[in-house]
Design a protein around this ligand. Sequence first.
Ligand code: ZN
Length: 288
Amino acid sequence: MQEKAQTELVTYSVDEAGVANLVLNRPDQRNAQNAELLYQLNECFDRAARDNDVRVVVLSGAGPDFSTGHDLKSSQEEMAEAAKKRPSLSGWTDFEAPGAAGFYAIEQEIFLGFTKRWRNFPKPTIAAVQGNCIAAGLMLAWACDIIIASDDARFSDPVVSFGMPGVEWFAHPYELGPRKAKEFLFTSDRWNAQEAHRLGMVNHVVPAAELQPFVQQMARKIATKPPFALKLAKEAVNRAEDMGGKTMSIDAFFSLHHLSHQHNNVMFGTLMDPTGAPKMTRQKPRGS
Ligand code: ZN
């Protein structure tokens, strides 16, 4: 039985060219990701995967920011509640288990598990990024095949300031190169779109007003190509990355991520170091 009408936290539409537009729709919360939003996004991806008319997926965020990361107001109980009422996709269950076990299972399922699924989604995906793309915002953009940024886009993973080694999907060395990944993490700096482009993390930077026209035009171009060839080309590149160890190193990192969650729990009684927030200062983005 439907408990109540779901708020549309992600909107879904398909145009006549076969481009599915998935739009994060919590602009008042700067598209902060709670479990409900992530499940809705996952359902939209599944719908787009099954629809043979869909050739390409574009992921965008409504409002001034692409996504400011996980919704830190979401409680562990809320996430467990959202996860346990659906079939497990990662194989992890028992989301309310005591100690480290329950939260580990939650993050395996809805953070690491979803990001892996979307990265291996069987059709081309394009992220259209404007404004802030912070921490778990990066996970959504990095899961996509192509990233187009507007010139006002800002990227950061400031979680070292909160006693964590990085967000759950540790693609940083692959996205930025090892040295720049270390600088990005160690400093918590926000990097602008040009810097992200220079490092190869972003395909193109365009003026804000041209972001959607540019992305839709590219999506339509890709949508004319044979779908099976696109699927295999994507798989070929993803396998090449994986033969270099990408997925294995992300999985290995995940245990370090949880070591730090539990360290913070022991030290501060909370999953992140609460002294981090005051240390974060409003910074001028790099390159601005
Ligand atoms: Zn975490």
